[in-house]
Design a binder for this molecule. Structure first.
Ligand code: GDP
Length: 360
């Protein structure tokens, strides 16, 4: 799926750079272009693509300091400038736009929903958000910001592909090295998914195309992506079990949003050398995903890739009723209630609480 990426905020910019770099390294050509947007000047400096500094009149390039309402206001005032940076980048070839943002901070959290809404009014291709949820051990402000942002994004975008930082965090790493590793892991998964939706000439008919990705996300709301890989045998028949087990692992232990296995729709993509990907295995894996998710809308296909391994990618659409989303919203609600007790009677906090109530 030919895509233009817009990274908003610090996490959004860094993840966008990782996505672009993975796509270039693999030679996929699914990422057509990328733009970075932020209120903090220093966060834009290291990004290897065009950037737009917003809110200069309000924060003078110093960022919004985790205030996502300010992040939203600033995006609202400067969105024309951001949209102009996209002129000539979003072309007739572009099949989707991804707004990439960390939902726990200020610029990305507040700015992404405003930008997604503006983009949808202008373009008639889907506008998706790739959103990062804060880890459980991050402070209350992050949970509150992410709770508010998620609700708005789910309404204002065509779908939110949600990534939980806790799903990728490994212990013993510094925060910074940790983020780089998380970004690389997400870039690989999302990069493969985008590339899988590219038409590949001269290969069998079960190859996935962009419309299948778009249809899987058509109902909107929250989506998650699972991934797992294994060594491949040179004989297709011998890989049936490998395809089954990578698919199970992708859904049960490898999703970007843990415990998100109740879904409205799904797309199963098996990547590997075409001559060793077993058709029977892909069909069996697809049926297993139907049973596991309880969805009757499960698409499946393969993605020809020169590799000694086989990988299963499972895109799950409509996962908002999953345990993880519910427990995150509970966490956000508790954080808001605590904030409520501190700022007693603050009408904005009460409003936020009401907003969260009707997400579930
Ligand atoms: P903003 O610049 O105001 O939008 O704020 P950030 O992008 O720094 O958002 C903060 C949230 O993003 C927190 O929940 C962090 O855990 C997360 N975060 C910050 N940097 C990264 C990163 O490089 N990768 C990932 N995956 N998460 C990040």
């Amino acid at each position: 799926m030919k895509t233009v990426l817009i990274g908003v905020g610090q996490a959004g910019g860094k993840l966008t750079a990782a996505l672009q770099s993975f796509d270039q390294q693999m030679g996929f050509g699914a990422v057509l272009d990328a733009v970075g947007v932020n209120t903090a000047k220093t966060d834009l400096q290291s990004l290897p693509f065009e950037t737009v500094l917003i809110g200069q009149d309000r924060v003078n390039g110093h960022g919004v300091g985790g205030d996502n309402e300010l992040g939203a206001e600033v995006m609202e005032s400067d969105k024309t400038e951001v949209m102009s940076a996209l002129d000539g980048r979003v072309t007739a070839k572009t099949e989707s736009i991804f707004v990439v943002a960390g939902l726990g901070g200020g610029s990305g959290s507040g700015g992404a929903p405003v930008l997604a809404k503006a983009l949808r009014r202008v373009y008639d291709i889907p506008v998706y958000v790739l959103g990062i949820l804060p880890g459980e051990d991050e402070g209350a402000m992050y949970q509150v910001n992410a709770g508010r942002s998620l609700k708005t994004i789910a309404r204002e975008s065509d779908a939110v592909l949600l990534v939980d930082n806790d799903a990728f965090r490994s212990s013993g790493e510094s925060m910074r090295a940790g983020y780089d590793a998380i970004n690389d892991a997400i870039a690989k998964r999302v990069g493969l998914l985008l590339a899988a939706g590219e038409a590949v000439e001269g290969v069998g008919e079960s190859v996935v195309d962009s419309s299948e990705l778009i249809n899987t996300l058509r109902a909107g709301g929250i989506a998650a992506l699972g991934y797992a890989s294994a060594e491949a045998s040179d004989v297709a028949e011998e890989n049936i079990n490998a395809v089954m087990s990578t698919t199970r692992r992708a859904v049960l232990t490898g999703t970007s949003l843990p415990d998100a296995s109740t879904a409205d729709s799904a797309l199963v993509v098996v990547a590997g050398r075409p001559e060793v990907v077993p058709r029977k295995g892909v069909e069996r894996a697809r049926r297993w995903v139907e049973d596991e998710t309880g969805s009757t809308q499960v698409r499946g296909g393969d993605f020809p890739l020169e590799s000694g391994r086989l990988a299963s990618l499972v895109l799950l659409g409509g996962v908002e009723r999953s345990g993880r989303v519910e427990s995150f919203m509970e966490r956000a609600r508790e954080a808001i209630e605590e904030a409520d007790t501190v700022v007693r009677g603050d009408p904005t906090e009460q409003w936020a609480n009401d907003e969260l109530e009707d997400l579930l």
